[in-house]
Design a protein around this ligand. Structure first.
Ligand code: SF4
Length: 916
């Protein structure tokens, strides 16, 4: 039974209007001014203060936010942060109209507060303690919670007492060399797909092909390698999991599956439950791993709880502490921390709770034995299946000393079409102001009024500085050299042409050259950045680079010496090196290695200034700006072909590698029976650099695209005509009845279109959300989109790949135009090296194929893909699956097509639910 509603006023604001329910539950539609006066006078119940404030035009809005209460009461539980989503999470009937939402909020609040009286409330432990701390922070919910929450009789274990300690596991033995039998793989796949499932020949063929990577390797540096394209709907995940599990069982080995998006990591974690149906075994055998910057750092949290944070950030820290006691793995980004929680606090402080800046002191940390990152690293050494992302997989291959335990010998790269982009970031070097400031802080510690526990090298290694002469000499030399790196206020000094130290002088010279040589492309959709090639540098830059190299070498030398000294101390420990000191030395060794690598990269980049170009790299100078404001500048180096280090460093270490995706050949199949196009795939994946022979395999999608999909190329919306673009989006979304995903290449145009059409669509009962507009993270926006088939979503690149929305919620994709690559220096160099416009076509086809791939995820999906482009090149049509009907037509006709499909959809839904 739902408890009586709370006697508090509530407000709901949307693009349609504003409603206030008074304390008796009487609802009134009000104007903006009246609403703002009411909420300023009395705290109201509301759901998502930043979003409601946005709709009210009152960004300072505060009140009793139901989402904060939800986060306190049900930490680590999932809920879509909408009235319907909260209703579903609480098992309440959600409001059926916008006008009913304000009156619904007091009911939902009462239902939530009733948990406090429920003896079986699973998250009771720690709540009393948390509520006391939140009351001290003047959290508006505290007075409503505290009287209902009795002080626990027994010890109310607080976060740090509650978390388990990890154990140091024994090293895992190398896998046995075994050959797996094709019949066993087929039988296992049958078991995984279920006896009742219809046998899918494409999936069986795929599984058989994937099994080849588990055969013993013939020679060193030449893994068994397969590049495999499996069209959407083949069931490729189980297709590779079947041979993988067969091999794991026979060899006692471990595999690593690497993905690009967090969405696929989550999906894979769910799919592997079929391999290990028992939940405890699954937790032990399958570990999801991400970069350390994703996880909560307990030491940072402790600092935040003990006064490091104030105001709203301190409240967030308390809610995160509640979550930390119940989380599965401490993953704050895409894990079980609701993505909407940091957004409620306008991201105030969440980054300071992770180990973003590499400040970890490892074994010197009092929470080391409970640390989520360390636990996940150790769990990964024992797991059969590690689900990582491409960036982490590459880091571990490139810097094995940073990863605990033996690396998996079999690697499966899913979303293999993204290897190129992941490698492009991973193997790049950037000598910029912000990067240099980070290294300076790491050596010297915080300057000025910066808060937190950051400490410099001398403080972290106080024992070494006191008792070891050589170590102290190295530390002091590093401190003296780090003073040459940019410090606080460097951007201002550059703007005033008053740089301090060798690196700031280098940055000033680079900045001067960028402004002198680049074309200001603001307003031309290039993200406001300015850049120029590092060719024929002016003498001032050459001279500055020489001094900067000296300064960097002056820092690198003592750091190398310190590294050696620390190694020696560990190998031959002196008397003063007790357990704690050893832990600190161990911690410093870890972080030292990363800095040494970075400085080495900078030196080779500087060595290029004024000298001959290295044909393997593209070097340039850039000033990074947003809305005309500079935030960084410096020198950049990327591999011309970033897949090369992937082959040399990552693949070569493995014994078996599968690179797979639905769109590896980006639609360019050619050859007999569509078997060609591998040259493109081999470029993008780095397979062309493997001299041991690479197998290829492709299986087309089982979907009937002729029946399930339609491509509409709209020919009468001119590029650059923003009002016409907005009108087209609005009409198409209305015709579809929502369920549309709108993709943009530029944030500016996305915002323009959203501002023009959101109100109008909302009045038609079609909510519209947008990345870069609504104060919600991308994952939450997708959750909202998925939950309501009338909702539409506008977004940029991240949405092109990360959205997996099977069924009715996604039935229309609208692309604002051909997604041409940005004309950057890096792009121009790659284009020149790889066949000019053919390279562009490959990139564009890949992007379109990915966007189209969002549409049809199941055999019963139907979807339309609209491209707003008056001159869409025919050569790009191969981006769409074969047999997909493609029509070029004016907007009016496209709208008719979309409307007709919507009518048909509603009819079939009606037939499905009508008694025969
Ligand atoms: S070990 Fe490092 S990351 Fe973990 S809690 Fe301590 S400082 Fe944070």
């Amino acid at each position: 039974m739902t408890p009586d509603p709370l006697s508090l006023p509530a407000i709901h604001a949307s693009h349609v209007g504003i409603w206030i329910a008074d304390a008796t539950g009487r609802v009134q539609r009000v104007g903006r001014g009246e609403a703002i006066a009411a909420v300023a006078a009395t705290p109201h119940l509301l759901l998502n203060a930043p979003l409601t404030g946005d709709r009210l035009g009152y960004p300072e809005l505060s009140g009793l936010d139901l989402l904060e209460l939800f986060a306190f009461l049900y930490p680590a539980r999932f809920a879509v942060p909408t009235p319907a989503g909260i209703g579903a999470a609480l098992d309440l009937t959600p409001p059926s109209a916008e006008a009913d939402i304000a009156a619904f909020l007091p009911h939902a609040t009462a239902a939530m507060l009733a948990s406090l009286d429920d003896r079986d409330w699973p998250e009771r432990e720690g709540a009393w303690h948390g509520a006391q701390a939140l009351a001290r922070q003047r959290w508006p919910w505290a007075p409503l919670i505290q009287p209902r929450l009795a002080k626990p009789d027994r010890d109310d274990r607080w976060l740090f007492a509650r978390l388990p300690e990890w154990e140091e596991p024994p090293p895992r033995a190398a896998p046995r060399q075994v050959a797996i039998d094709a019949g066993d793989v087929a039988a296992r796949l049958d078991r995984l797909t279920g006896d009742a499932a219809e046998r899918r020949p494409g999936q069986q063929d795929y599984a058989r092909a994937a099994a080849a990577i588990f055969a013993p390797r013939d020679r060193k540096d030449a893994p068994q390698m397969l590049v495999a394209e499996a069209g959407t709907g083949i069931g490729k995940t189980l297709g590779y999991l079947a041979p993988a599990k067969q091999w794991i069982d026979q060899s006692a080995g471990a595999i690593c599956i690497s993905t690009y998006t967090k969405a696929l990591q989550r999906q894979l974690a769910r799919e592997t439950e079929k391999l290990y149906p028992d939940a405890a075994t699954h937790r032990e055998k399958v570990v999801v791993r991400k970069g350390r910057e994703n996880y909560l750092c307990l030491l940072n949290l402790e600092d935040a709880l003990q006064g490091g944070f104030s105001g709203r950030a301190a409240i967030l820290a308390q809610l995160v502490a509640r979550w930390a006691a119940y989380t599965r793995d401490g993953d704050m980004v895409g894990g079980d921390l609701p993505g909407w929680l940091p957004a409620l606090f306008r991201r105030n402080g969440t980054t300071a709770l992770t180990d973003r800046r590499g400040e970890c002191i490892y074994a010197g940390c009092p929470h080391f034995r409970k640390c989520f990152i360390e636990r996940s690293a150790r769990a990964a050494t024992q797991a059969d299946i590690v689900i990582a992302n491409h960036a982490l997989t590459m880091v571990q291959a490139a810097r094995p000393r940073e990863s605990a335990g033996t690396a998996a010998t079999r690697l499966i790269f899913d979303e293999g079409h993204h290897l190129w982009d992941a490698a492009d970031s991973m193997f790049a070097a950037a000598l910029t102001g912000q990067e240099a400031v980070e290294i300076r802080r790491w050596v010297l510690g915080p300057e000025g009024k910066s808060r937190g526990r950051r400490r410099g090298l001398a403080a972290r290694l106080a024992d070494v500085a006191s008792y070891d002469e050589a170590g102290d000499r190295a530390i002091q030399a590093a401190i003296a050299a780090a003073a040459e790196l940019p410090g606080d206020g460097w951007l201002g000094r550059l703007a005033e042409n008053d740089p301090w130290g060798a690196i700031e002088r280098l940055l000033a010279a680079a900045r001067g050259q960028v402004y002198a040589r680049s074309v200001d492309t603001r307003g031309a959709d290039t993200g406001y950045g300015l850049e120029t090639e590092l060719a024929d540098p002016d003498p001032a830059l050459v001279a500055a680079a020489a001094s900067a190299s000296d300064a960097i070498e002056a820092l690198l030398r003592p750091l190398l010496a310190l590294g050696k000294r620390l190694e020696a101390l560990i190998e031959d420990p002196p008397d003063w090196l007790d357990g704690q000191a050893r832990a600190r030395v161990d911690g410093a060794r870890h972080s030292l290695g990363t800095r040494i690598d970075t400085l080495g990269g900078w030196l080779s980049l500087l060595g290029r200034v004024g000298g001959p170009a290295d044909p393997d790299f593209v070097d340039w100078l850039a000033v990074d700006r947003y809305d005309g404001r500079e935030f960084d500048c410096g020198l950049h180096r990327h591999w011309l072909d970033p897949a090369r280090p992937v082959a040399d460093i990552v693949y070569a270490q493995a014994q078996g590698v599968l690179v797979t995706s639905a769109t590896l050949r980006s639609g360019h199949r050619g050859g007999a029976n569509g078997t060609g196009g591998w040259a493109e795939a081999d470029i993008r994946t780095g397979a062309r650099h493997m001299d041991g022979g690479v197998r290829h395999f492709a299986v087309p999608s089982p979907f009937d695209y002729a029946r399930q999909a339609e491509v509409l190329i709209v020919t009468d919306i001119a590029r650059g005509d923003l009002p016409a673009l907005a009108g087209a989006y609005s009409r198409l979304i209305e015709a579809a009845g929502g369920g549309a995903l709108g993709l943009f290449s530029a944030i500016r145009r996305l915002r323009f279109v959203h501002a023009r059409i959101a109100d109008r669509l909302a009045r038609a009962g079609l909510p519209l959300f947008a990345q870069h507009v609504d104060p919600l993270d991308t994952g939450t926006l997708i959750d909202i989109f998925r939950a309501d088939p009338h909702t539409s979503l506008l977004g940029t690149d991240a949405l092109r790949d990360g959205v997996d929305v099977p069924g009715d919620s996604l039935r229309l994709v609208v692309m604002e135009g051909v997604p041409w690559p940005r004309p950057t220096i890096l792009h121009a160099a790659r284009r020149a090296a790889q066949g000019g416009s053919a390279y562009d076509d490959m990139v564009i086809r890949g992007r379109i194929a990915q966007a189209f791939g969002r549409l049809i995820r199941r055999a019963d999906d139907f979807g339309q893909f609209v491209m707003l482009s008056p001159s869409f090149p025919s050569r790009l049509l191969s981006a769409f699956p074969e047999n997909t009907p493609i029509r070029r037509l004016p907007l009016d006709e496209a709208v008719n097509h979309v409307a007709a499909a919507n009518v048909e959809r509603r009819k079939s839904a009606f037939r499905a639910f009508s008694p025969s």
